[in-house]
Design a binder for this molecule. Sequence first.
Ligand code: SF4
Ligand code: SF4
Length: 373
Amino acid sequence: MSDTVLETLISKAFLSSPSMDVVFVWHGGEPLLAGIDFFRKIVTFQKKYQGQHRVFNSIQTNGLLINVTWCEFFKVNDFLVGVSLDGPERLNDEYRKRKDGFASFKTILKGIKLLTNYKVNFNTLTTVNKTNSHFPDKVFDALIDAGSTNIQFIPIVQPGMNQINHNLPAVNPKKNERTEQFLWAVDADAYGNFLIRIFNRWVHHYVGKLFVSNFESLLANYLGYISIICTESSRCGTGIVVECNGDVFSCDHYVIPVNKLGNILDYSFHDMVNSQEHQRFSNKKAEMLTGDCLSCEYLKLCFGGCPKDRFVSLNGSENLQNYLCLGLKRFYSYAIPYIRFMANELENHRSPANIMLAIKNGFITSKIDAYLT
Ligand code: SF4
Ligand code: SF4
């Protein structure tokens, strides 16, 4: 990204923000490859243009390049660092190889240790894939052992970009042979089991101690708040993407010409976010729901899921269904009694962590085996 694009995007982010808080999320590829001088420039431009705004920076990294210099920079400039970690050594290294083909786990853990030593705020992002989805306890233990107290799980669903709702042709995986593309995708059933098992441990022992964004988001949705996760929100497009040449898109899963909103050198964020194109993109998530979703008791928690994951044909439905639906339904049916209790605690100005005592005292019970496949 040239200095001109970088400076323009930062100055325009402040100019267009209706909020005092402006959040920058630095993603790649691997953003640390841009080098620390690039990030020093970011901070310089932010200081130049922020005025009264508060600035929040986060960065998502595979963790391999983290060293003392980066840690000092992150600490001084208060960056939140997201590190990708898919579980213990064997499970993480199944897919996360370094460029030279070697395993990455030990290097990632070294990076996390450095972040911890330098007291840098970090969280972990764990993809749930074909392999690690069958070992939820091992994955959860590895994240706890690594010292992560902020955890997010992202299902790997892989027909990828061949999508429905955003001007791309649909592909129904049922009609296609299972190709290379599907080899690392999580099965819907396995995803349901994974969430249920980890939720079970969280709700018994870790509420208020470990922040699992999937579960916190579920609680927020149950209470009618706006989720921090776009996949669990009613509309798309809350995270605008700026590519290295300044082209702006509504979502990083749809960086394709037909969804380009403009270039930051030519337009303001305000104009692009309020454009018909972006509004159309944002609204389609709700407009393209299937009949099953519209009549689903979990609609206000799930919102039909991410449009990129909707590619399953249903009899008699023009719209396509979320590939993860069956797993999600089982997870919601297991989690809701606990979520209901926590929501009630919050509404009565008590701590949702009381759920753990309630379980211990037998006030709330649920037979997990009945929900697992
Ligand atoms: S398409 Fe998916 S990832 Fe993109 S904004 Fe919508 S819900 Fe979020
Ligand atoms: S659980 Fe399934 S049917 Fe219900 S809203 Fe989500 S995707 Fe739709």
